[in-house]
Design a protein around this ligand. Structure first.
Ligand code: ADP
Length: 399
């Protein structure tokens, strides 16, 4: 069975065609600059040269048409016709409080995705366009929506409600939703399987550390807390996002810099985080680590602030779950940056965490247990694979 996974952004669209018989990637690619001049599609097939189509993509509909064109291309393609694609799985940012699980797309599902445009203004419209483009290009094929927010739906009200007047929750459903849900769900379940954690001892903290970073606490694969909130801005310090700050900062900046709330939020989303603390040096942790090693004080401040905020959140989740059975690192930084894992874990000696330093230093982008046999909490690196998680849900729900 072949599943096409679509991750549509406002001006980009990533895709993967996965053979679910062995869960391998048959082809993948990226459409860039949709709706902007200079759009192009880059199509990658393992063992072959990249195939680039430079053609105007005024809409997501056109982008999907080009994806199918690349997939069936006589020279660069991987299938004889689109008929070989059995189902399509879509990453959808926001499902509001309606969907606690992935779901096969019908008119009701599309209505809810539309109703959540307010909550995910950049992503939900693009996600819906991706779905409608696939419906038009592959009529009759099942589409499944996999929501980034559904993992957070198992939180108890005391964990998801903000302590603000009830009417705002009732009217607008302002609450903690959490994001990176597909990754947290996948990695927490993979941790349970890989570590063979016994029933009743499946308290897992997942540190998804990438350009965007979030931490989750889950018991038996069900989230009990997660660090992102109504939007992905809340939580730990990130690449360009501030993470949690005193909301009064927004009003202060509006007043003193004569900015609108929208403009301040753009600054907090795109010009803050380690990028800002490093004096706009970079949001990329490889650049920052190099600069820190060369004695750059601002790069050190940025990385220290990141280490501080992540270890603080992990400590909070140890309290939330009265301990943990496993802590797992994932995401570009979590999977690759051994020094960052070391410094975050060095704050957890109080909880009996002991790291096999040599093992930790050798692990880049692959599964491993990096704690010592006598560590009170086992520590893992497990690469995330959101596309595979989406494809698995698609197979489960499409037919
Ligand atoms: P996204 O949130 O966009 O999916 P990723 O999970 O790909 O991001 O993570 C990107 C981050 O991972 C970048 O800051 C990058 O510097 C960092 N990263 C990737 N590889 C390494 C590495 N070998 N060492 C340190 N950081 C790395």
């Amino acid at each position: 069975m072949k599943v096409l996974v679509i991750n549509a952004g406002s001006s980009s669209l990533k895709y993967q065609l996965i053979d679910m018989d062995n869960e391998s990637v048959i082809a993948k690619g990226l459409c860039e600059r949709i709706g902007i001049e200079g759009s192009k599609l880059t199509h990658k097939v393992p063992g072959k040269e990249d195939y680039v189509i430079e053609e105007a993509m005024p809409s997501h509909k056109k982008a999907i048409e080009l994806v199918l064109k690349a997939l069936v291309d006589p020279e660069h393609g991987v299938v004889a016709s689109a008929d070989e694609i059995d189902a399509i799985g879509h990453r959808v940012l926001h499902g509001g409080s309606t969907y606690t699980e992935s779901i096969k797309v019908d008119e009701d599902v599309k209505r809810v995705i539309r109703e959540c445009f307010d909550l995910g203004p950049l992503h939900n419209p693009a996600n819906l366009m991706g779905i409608e483009a696939c419906e038009a290009a592959m009529p009759g094929k099942p589409n499944v929506a996999v929501f980034d927010t559904s993992f957070g739906m198992s939180l108890k009200p005391y964990a998801y409600r903000y302590a603000i007047p009830e009417e705002y929750y009732n009217k607008y459903k302002i609450r903690r939703y959490g994001f990176h849900g597909t990754s947290h769900n996948f990695v927490s379940h993979e941790t349970i399987k890989y570590a063979n954690l016994p029933e009743g001892h499946q308290r897992v903290i997942v540190c998804h550390l990438g350009n965007g970073s979030s931490i989750s606490a889950s018991v038996s694969g069900k989230a009990v807390d997660t660090s992102m909130g109504l939007t992905p801005l809340e939580g730990v310090v990130m690449g360009t996002r501030s993470g949690s700050i005193d909301p009064a900062v927004v009003q202060f900046l509006c007043d003193h810099e004569k900015l609108s709330a929208d403009e301040v939020l753009t600054i907090l989303n795109k010009k803050s985080g380690v990028y800002a603390l490093s004096g706009n040096l970079s949001s990329d942790f490889r650049d920052l680590s190099k600069a820190e090693a060369e004695g750059n004080e601002k790069a050190k401040l940025a990385l220290d602030a990141f280490r501080h905020s992540v270890s603080k959140m992990v400590g909070a989740y140890l309290a939330v779950m009265n301990g943990a059975d496993a802590i797992t690192f994932t995401g570009g930084i979590g999977e690759n940056d051994a020094e960052m894992r070391h410094s975050i874990l060095s704050h957890l000696g109080f909880a009996g965490v002991k790291i096999d330093e040599e093992k930790n230093s050798q692990i880049h982008g692959k599964r491993a247990e990096i704690s010592t046999p006598d560590s009170a909490i086992r520590v893992f690196v497990i690469p995330t694979n959101e596309e595979l998680a989406i494809a698995r849900d698609t197979v489960r729900l499409a037919f």
